[in-house]
Design a protein around this ligand. Structure first.
Ligand code: NAI
Length: 223
């Protein structure tokens, strides 16, 4: 049997960006692209691109570049986008509703089957054609439906409890927005999302730029 190749997390994290750019190229009827052209668009170096894509097989041809459609398809396969994922959202507040209303997730296979909340004012509402159900019925729903992914959008105090209900009823992927590190069984994949970390990275980089500018000014002063 062929041994599975180890792919680093850094490469995996770059794949969605390749996928997004290739989708854009396809929309613009681009058939083929060289690593150099892709590099100019995507911002990774051409050698980085060749190295990344070599991890998954021989996609490119010398002097021809990459076949955009084929590369898009192959990266989609690697990203696990060849099947649908039955998905639910727990927490129908600001964030849960925003995610439910974002149609891109559906277009890449994350089919929203239900939304749960414990607030009686929200239960029964339809968001993006999907009904908000009472969290009291979550466990029963999971037992009767084959749900792959749970999106946690509840306050952090409730997130661990919700994740336990999910994982003990067959959910094996959690997209967690609550600011807490969930403890889950080994076979469950958790992907945490934190917008504030991204915002802090922005402020840090802006600050770093300022210091860089300040350094330049000081250097000029010294001349
Ligand atoms: P929100 O207060 O608008 O919504 C929370 C919803 O969860 C409410 O509708 C509430 O009734 C429901 N809820 C509470 N306990 C529940 C339970 N046990 N079962 C089912 N539903 C329950 O809050 P918002 O702004 O939507 O934030 C939700 C979560 O996402 C919070 O943990 C917040 O910290 C986090 N958040 C994370 C972001 C990120 O970048 N990761 C960005 C914004 C919010």
């Amino acid at each position: 049997m062929e041994k599975k190749k180890y792919i680093s997390m850094a490469v995996i994290k770059r794949l969605p960006k390749y996928h997004r750019y290739l989708r854009e190229l396809l929309r613009n009827d681009v058939d083929r692209i060289s690593s150099k052209e892709l590099s100019e668009k995507i911002g990774f170096t051409a050698s980085q691109i060749r190295q990344d894509l070599n991890n998954f097989g021989d996609f490119g041809q010398q002097g021809y570049g990459y076949n955009v459609r084929e590369l898009y398809k192959q990266i989609g396969i690697i990203l696990g986008l060849t099947k649908d994922y039955n998905t639910i959202i727990i927490g129908a507040g600001n964030l849960g509703q925003a995610i439910a209303n974002y149609s891109y997730f559906k277009s890449i296979g994350f089919k929203l089957k239900a939304i749960f909340d414990r607030n009686p004012k929200l239960v029964g509402l339809k968001i993006s054609d999907v009904e908000v159900k009472d969290t009291d019925n979550l466990e029963e729903f999971l037992k009767n439906n084959d749900i792959d992914v749970g999106i946690i959008c509840v306050p952090k105090e409730h997130a661990q409890g919700i994740s336990e209900v999910l994982t003990s009823n067959g959910v094996d992927g959690i997209w967690n927005f609550a600011p807490i590190d969930l403890k889950v069984p080994k076979n469950v994949i958790v992907e945490n999302v934190n917008l504030s970390e991204s915002l802090l990275t922005l402020s840090c980089r802006m600050n770093d730029n300022l210091m860089g500018n300040r350094r330049k000014v000081n250097a000029i002063d010294e001349i």
